[in-house]
Every structure is written in structure tokens, then in C-alpha cells.
Design a protein around this ligand. Structure first.
Ligand code: GDP
Length: 611
């Protein structure tokens, strides 16, 4: 093992050590917490917690465990030893470097420093989001330290009472949810803009849903108070119905009355943001290699691929080697929104960088590495991984996941979106499903409303890994296609009871995750009729079970399956029927298949979840 870390001239912590990648356990004792990543020997443990090995061996011997310095300890023994010698302990999963977004960053608490809040502005169309973004951008609290003309890079920072606030300036929930769908929750606070003259509108509610699903606190900015017909009180009352409870109604949601157009009370809004940020105690470790998310990226004709990155932890330095999404980059030049060149950028800073080999996607994660070769290798691996995973995109959430969670006995939240034929039934379904919550599995309804299932539902479901339940409503073809593409599960029901039962079974872990085939019945072909327009009609007799019109079938000849498909028609006498039972005669045609012969067997089956 070459001492790679010696080559690193910087003091910053390396996010992923080469050792961890090689699946060697990495030991770290932090403020009384022993953090380990895998199998370790008694000797290694004793050294890490600074206890003579003899004492560790003796202690374990008294527990009835014979170990030597080289014995590999299991998690239970590691825990026992740690507790005995006054350490807390924590196991970290080894995350290969190419999956860096899954890394659990455990920074030493003493290294954490407050960081600016990252704020997104959402709200209904025309309620004044863009006007507000502009008003904040050139509000009177301008920082004179930057001279340059501000450039839309997707985000900017603002100062209020000497404290910075980062604003993401793509308004609307589309950008927000798309980021989240890509696993990047970048916002700490959502400003919900509601026009005082218009009140709570559909996209206001959607924005609330998104913020809640992301567990991001909301500050309500009641806008357009300069307008004669404005009624802030009505807005606050209307928000109550959506569980956004303002302070004067006993809740904890701050409201600020503003006029974005007249720039009234913008400072009050900024102060509220600082207040919420303070409560949230937002912190990061500036003393580590940078990691964060791509907010925007495009190809610049002069400079090549250019991206706006939001540094979320650590400090980005000029010349850093980055993996951005699946792309390698050397941060050749770092600039802020005023085109000022920066040498470093700390947590919550949005910056523009050039020096990328390709244009990444918004929502891609990035991480800095100490070695160029390492970053290049990881970028390459990620590209390969992406190519393979795109072929087998995993689902947003499914009942099967729920079943597996139930089985593993883990406490988990399952997010659900309910769409129903009326507001009343949506609420009824919500109430019944919420009651199903148990200690182990929490049912979290992130949206319950009336109307058909729309693409906006699918978007929210994908972003928050939710299942969509349709009650007496259906998605249209476009929505269905989007759900299929995003692997969002849509369950449709017509009876509340069936819906509840299905969910209940899944929660109990009774719903089998494996789909198995169950034969429903068989029919023997007795006679054939040719009809010029219909094709070959098989005159059959059901010899076993039942034949169902809508179930898949296979054609068996001499024990060999010669065709699999579905029935085009199933008839008794001259009437189309849903099913034909054992012993009865019927006529069938198979979709797109005419080569049926006498004595063939038509077998009808269904796919069922294995109990
Ligand atoms: P967005 O669709 O939410 O981004 O809304 P815009 O910012 O484009 O604003 C929609 C319209 O409302 C524009 O004509 C704005 O000038 C107007 N507007 C925005 N804020 C205010 C305000 O505080 N008072 C008044 N009277 N009009 C406003």
C-alpha cells in the first residue's frame, strides 16, 4: 500500500479514502464516538480507542469470548468493547467512491460552522415570484463589495445584517421537484408567494405539497399588498385548510406581508429567513473537500461547458479535481454571480465553473477529490454505472418495497398521493389510510385531492418516492406513459375497502413480492372455423378450471407451448362473455394468431403475488 495520503498537500479532509474504496475498514475515533466501516480485528479496535490490547482481550474473555489480537470482531463485540471503555459506536456502510451521493458524511461536530440558508421561491403563476426574485436581487440591502453586473447563473447570494442568504432563482415547483427527483434536496427554506388579491390557488397547494414532502419549512410571503383588493387575512385562513398554520393561528409558519413590485418589506422577509435559518441551525464543515449539486449547466460558446454549482459542504478551491455527475472537471475558474473570480467557495455558495469535459445535468451531484487520476477514474465508473442503470431504472416506490420494509422490520415512512373523484372521497381515503400508520410504518399522505391523475402527481411521486392511489379516477395515456417511464407505481381502486386492505396487507408483510404464475384453466380445441374478417375461431371445451377473457393465454400443442399471447374474443353461443367455466363449450380467437389446430390446448393463466 503506497501512502497516498502523504501526497495530499492539503489539510482538508478527503471525502473518500482510497482505503475505503478497497473495502478495507476505515477507523476513526471522533469525540468519543468510534466510527467503523467493516470487519476489524481486536488489535485494530484496541489501537483505535487507545486501550491496551491485553485489556480488551481480558474483558472479552470475562464475557466468555476467547479472542486473540487478530480475531475479527463482529458488530456485537465491537459494541460491547466500545461501551465498556467509554465510547459510543457507530457503523458506517462502506460506500464505494463512485456512489458518493450515498456517503453519510459525519463531520466532527467541532468542525461544523454555520452556513447560509438556501432558499427557493415557489407559488402560483402570476403571484409575483419573478418580481420578488428581482426585488431581492436589487433590494436596498445591496452588498457593495461586488461591483460587477449580476448574471443569471441560477442562484445568488444576498446579505442581510451581515449574514448571507443563498437564493435559487429558478422559481416554481418544477425545478424544485426535478432536483429532488434526482435525489438532490438543496433547499433549506421555501418562500411561498401568495398574491393577496388572488389567494390560495392550485399551484400554491402544489408548492405546499412539495415543501412538505421535502420536509422543508415554509415562510409565506403574502404579496401585492399594495393592491386595493388585497386581503392577507383571507390568505392566512385559506392556508389553514392545507395545514399551513401561521403564527397568529397558533402555528409556527412565519408570514410576511410584502409588495414585490413596490419593494415593500423585502427586508422583513429576509429577516424572517434568517430567523428560520437560525432555528434550523444550518451547519457545514468548510474544512473538507467540496461536495454539492449542479443547479444549472449549459454549453458556453466561448468557454465550453459551464455549470453553476451549489457547494453544500466543504470548500471548493481553484484547481480542484471534480467529479460532476458523470463528468470529470478541473475547476479552472470559479466565479460568482457578479462574475467575480473566486479562489475558494465555502458551504452554501453558488458558483459558476468552467473546465468541465461535458455539460452535466441540473441536479447532478459533484464532489472534489485530491487526485486527478482518482477523479477521472470515478467519473468513468459513474458514466458506466449510469449507462447500465438507465437500462434498468428502479422504481420510485412500490408496494413491494413496502412489503420488504415490513419484513425487515425497519421503521419507515411510505409516501402516498391520493387522487379521488371528489374532495370528499379524497379526504375519506386520506383519513382511512392515515389510520393504518403503525409504529413501524408511517403512512404519510403528501397529497389528497380530487381529479384525474396528472403528470404533476407523477412528478411529485417521483420526487418524493410516493405511490399514487387513484380512487375512481384514472390517469390519461400521457400520464400513464410518464409514470411508466419514471417507474412510479399507480394503484387504481374503486372500493375504499379494497384499497385499505391492499395497503394493510402490504404493511403486514403479507403481500408477496414475487409474482408467480397461476393457471386458471384449460380448454381443448375441438373444431376450427375460419371467418374471413376475424381469423381462426377455435371451438373449445373447457377441460379444467375457468377461461377468462382478459387473462393471458398460451397455446399448447403436444405439451409444447407454441404461442403466448391473449384472447381477442371469448364467446358462448353468439355472446361475448367474461369467463367460461369447466365443462362448457365456447369459441375463442387469439390476438394476432391464427395457426390453431384441432386438439391444441389453450391455457389461461394469471400472474399473482406469491403468498
Ligand atoms: P410569477 O409568475 O409568479 O413569476 O409572477 P410575476 O413576478 O411575473 O408577476 C406577475 C404580475 O404581477 C406582474 O405583472 C407583476 O408586475 C405583478 N406583481 C408582482 N408583484 C406585485 C406586487 O407586489 N404588487 C402589484 N401590484 N403587482 C405585482
Amino acid at each position: 500500500m503506497g501512502k497516498k495520503s502523504k501526497k495530499t498537500k492539503t489539510k482538508r479532509e478527503i471525502n473518500v479514502s482510497t482505503k475505503a474504496r478497497a473495502n478495507r475498514s476505515r477507523l476513526k475515533v471522533n469525540g468519543g464516538v468510534f466510527v467503523y466501516t467493516g470487519a476489524i480485528s481486536a488489535g485494530e479496535l484496541a489501537k483505535a480507542i487507545n486501550i491496551p490490547i491485553g485489556e480488551v482481550i481480558k474483558f472479552l474473555f470475562l464475557q466468555g469470548k476467547m479472542v486473540t489480537i487478530n480475531t475479527i470482531l463482529d458488530d456485537e463485540l465491537i459494541g460491547l468493547v466500545c461501551l465498556q471503555f467509554g465510547y459510543d459506536f457507530q457503523k458506517q456502510n462502506i460506500v464505494p467512491a463512485e456512489h458518493f451521493e450515498e456517503l453519510e458524511i459525519n463531520d466532527d461536530p467541532s468542525k461544523l460552522k454555520p452556513r447560509p440558508p438556501v432558499v427557493t421561491i415557489m407559488g402560483h403563476v402570476d403571484h409575483g415570484k419573478t418580481t420578488l426574485i428581482d426585488a431581492i436581487r436589487d433590494s436596498s440591502v445591496v452588498d457593495s463589495e461586488y461591483g460587477g453586473i449580476s448574471q443569471g447563473i441560477g442562484a445568488y447570494q444576498k446579505k442581510c445584517h451581515g449574514q448571507k442568504i443563498t437564493f435559487i432563482d429558478t422559481p416554481g415547483h418544477e425545478a424544485f421537484s426535478q432536483m429532488r427527483a434526482r435525489g438532490a434536496g438543496v433547499s433549506d427554506i421555501v418562500i411561498l408567494v401568495v398574491a393577496a388579491d388572488d389567494g390560495v390557488m392550485p399551484q400554491t397547494i402544489e408548492a405546499i405539497d412539495h415543501a412538505k414532502a421535502a420536509e422543508v419549512p415554509i415562510i409565506v410571503a403574502i404579496n401585492k399588498i399594495d393592491k386595493p383588493g388585497s386581503n392577507p387575512k383571507r390568505v392566512k385562513e385559506a392556508l389553514l385548510a392545507h395545514d399551513v398554520i401561521c403564527e397568529e393561528y397558533g402555528g409556527d409558519v412565519l408570514t410576511v406581508e410584502i409588495s414585490a413590485k413596490k419593494k415593500t418589506n423585502i427586508e422583513g422577509l429576509l429577516e424572517s429567513i434568517l430567523l428560520v435559518a437560525e432555528i434550523k441551525e444550518l451547519k457545514a464543515n468548510p474544512d473538507r473537500f467540496a461536495m454539492g449539486t449542479v443547479l444549472e449547466a449549459k454549453l458556453n460558446r466561448r468557454e465550453g461547458p459551464k455549470a453553476t454549482l451549489l457547494v453544500q459542504n466543504g470548500t471548493l478551491k481553484k484547481g480542484d479535481f471534480l467529479v460532476v455527475g458523470t463528468t470529470f472537471a478541473k475547476a479552472r475558474r470559479i466565479t460568482n454571480e457578479h462574475q467575480k473570480v473566486l479562489q475558494t467557495a465555502g458551504p452554501s455558495t453558488p458558483v459558476s465553473i468552467i473546465g468541465l469535459s461535458e455539460v452535466p445535468l441540473a441536479g447532478d451531484r459533484f464532489m472534489a477529490f485530491s487526485q486527478e487520476s482518482e477523479a477521472k477514474t470515478i467519473a468513468n465508473k459513474r458514466r458506466l454505472l449510469k449507462e447500465t442503470s438507465e437500462r434498468s431504472k428502479s422504481s420510485a416506490a412500490s408496494l413491494e418495497d413496502l412489503y420488504n420494509l415490513a419484513k425487515e422490520g425497519e421503521t419507515q415512512t411510505i409516501n402516498i398521493i391520493i387522487k379521488a373523484d371528489s374532495t370528499g372521497s379524497a379526504e375519506a381515503v386520506r383519513a382511512s389510510l392515515e389510520k393504518l400508520s403503525t409504529e413501524k410504518i408511517k403512512i404519510n399522505i403528501i397529497r389528497a385531492s380530487s381529479g384525474g391523475i396528472t403528470e404533476s402527481d407523477v412528478l411529485l411521486a417521483e420526487a418524493s418516492k410516493a405511490i399514487i392511489y387513484g380512487f375512481n379516477v384514472r390517469p390519461d395515456a400521457k400520464t400513464r406513459a410518464k409514470a411508466k417511464e419514471d417507474k412510479v407505481e399507480i394503484r387504481l381502486h374503486r372500493i375504499i375497502y379494497a384499497l385499505i386492505e391492499e395497503l394493510e396487507e402490504a404493511m403486514k408483510g403479507m403481500l408477496a413480492p414475487v409474482m408467480v404464475e397461476e393457471v386458471l384453466g384449460q380448454a381443448e380445441v375441438r373444431k376450427l372455423f375460419k371467418a374471413s374478417r376475424i381469423g381462426t375461431i377455435a371451438g373449445c371445451r373447457v377441460t379444467e378450471g375457468v377461461i377468462k377473457a382478459n387473462s393471458p393465454v398460451r397455446l399448447i400443442r403436444d405439451g409444447i407451448v407454441v404461442y403466448e399471447g391473449k384472447l381477442a374474443s371469448l364467446q358462448r353461443e353468439k355472446d361475448a362473455v367474461r369467463e367460461v367455466r369447466l365443462g362448457f363449450e365456447c369459441g375463442m380467437t387469439i390476438e394476432n394468431y391464427n395457426d390453431i389446430k384441432e386438439n391444441d390446448i389453450i391455457e389461461c393463466y394469471q400472474m399473482v403475488e406469491q403468498k
